[in-house]
Write a protein that binds this ligand. Structure first.
Ligand code: HEC
Length: 264
């Protein structure tokens, strides 16, 4: 009996070990075989400045960054709204084909970006099937990983309300759906921005609600996503803001809402 339990334990720790190994494998392949050209993460505002205004002279990038690739591949290849497992396979198949046979005509990148790069050298024979598989997974998940790691944390409404009452912070209810393009745009371009995250952490508590999965608190309703409700500690709606904003405008909205707290 004891032996059996011991064997189960050993097997289980092996499974956990193997899973971690696989997750790290993709990053390792990226570091050794791709990182010499592809930078990992650069904030979107900086990238936009680099490519749109400064003709790549600001950052002098050799290739698109992983946050660009992750996002563009998922938008451009296969059906982004379909089954995730199938979508992963489609993206992975594109990456494999591209690495073996690069062709800028097939690019997923924007013209404004791709024009600064030569075609990537073929990696045929330099990367194994397993390595391709794991690095594709790593790229697929990269964009989301950035948002989770760098973005502001979300609370449940009840927790947020308690914190607001204790600290006089404003509750932000961010109304989104999983496939809302402009929600994702804000997540990756604005809600990960250092200044925005700092401003939110200082004076706000953020609640995220996917309206396809749960209803909004306080009987609130929203027709469009993203919608941001700003609510004070007395559950009074200070402001309702609809749509996607850039960093500058969103910072302005936060500042304005802070003033409203004092007046309403
Ligand atoms: C020697 C530099 C270099 C290395 C090493 C390199 N790349 Fe690239 N890669 C580029 C450049 C330049 C582009 C943009 C031009 C293009 O698309 O061919 C690019 C584009 C891409 C694209 C997008 C294709 C498109 O335009 O739609 C993918 C996906 C990609 N690389 C994946 C990888 C992966 C994964 C690795 C590592 C296993 C890797 N690259 C290694 C230079 C490199």
């Amino acid at each position: 009996m004891l032996i059996l339990r011991r064997i189960t334990q050993i097997c289980l720790s092996f499974v956990v070990f193997a899973a971690c190994l696989f997750a790290n494998e993709g990053e390792k392949v990226y570091q050794t075989k791709c990182a010499s050209c592809h930078e990992a993460y650069i904030p979107m505002t900086k990238l936009m400045e680099n490519f749109v205004e400064k003709e790549n002279k600001l950052l002098k990038l050799k290739a698109p960054t992983l946050n660009q690739l992750s996002y563009r591949l998922k938008q451009q290849i296969g059906d982004p709204k379909g089954d995730e497992e199938i979508h992963r396979m489609e993206v992975s198949a594109f990456i494999s084909a591209y690495l073996n046979n690069p062709d800028k005509q097939k690019t997923v990148c924007l013209r404004d970006v791709i024009q600064y790069f030569d075609t990537m050298p073929s990696m045929k024979g330099q990367i194994s099937e397993e390595e391709l598989e794991s690095v594709s997974e790593y790229i697929y998940d990269f964009d989301k990983k950035v948002v989770t790691e760098k973005g502001v944390k979300h609370e449940l409404f009840d927790t947020a309300l308690q914190e607001a009452q204790k600290t006089n912070k404003i509750i932000v209810i961010k109304v989104m759906t999983e496939h809302c393009r402009y929600c994702k745009k804000m997540d990756r371009e604005v809600l990960v921005d250092d200044q925005v995250v700092k401003a939110l952490q200082k004076d706000f508590v953020v609640v995220q609600v996917d309206i396809t999965k749960s209803s909004l608190p306080l009987g609130l309703t929203a027709e469009l996503t993203p919608t941001f409700f700003f609510i004070d500690k007395n559950k009074k709606v200070l402001q309702k803001v609809v749509g996607s904003w850039n960093v500058e405008d969103f910072l302005e909205i936060l500042k304005e809402t802070n003033h409203l707290k004092g007046t309403k």
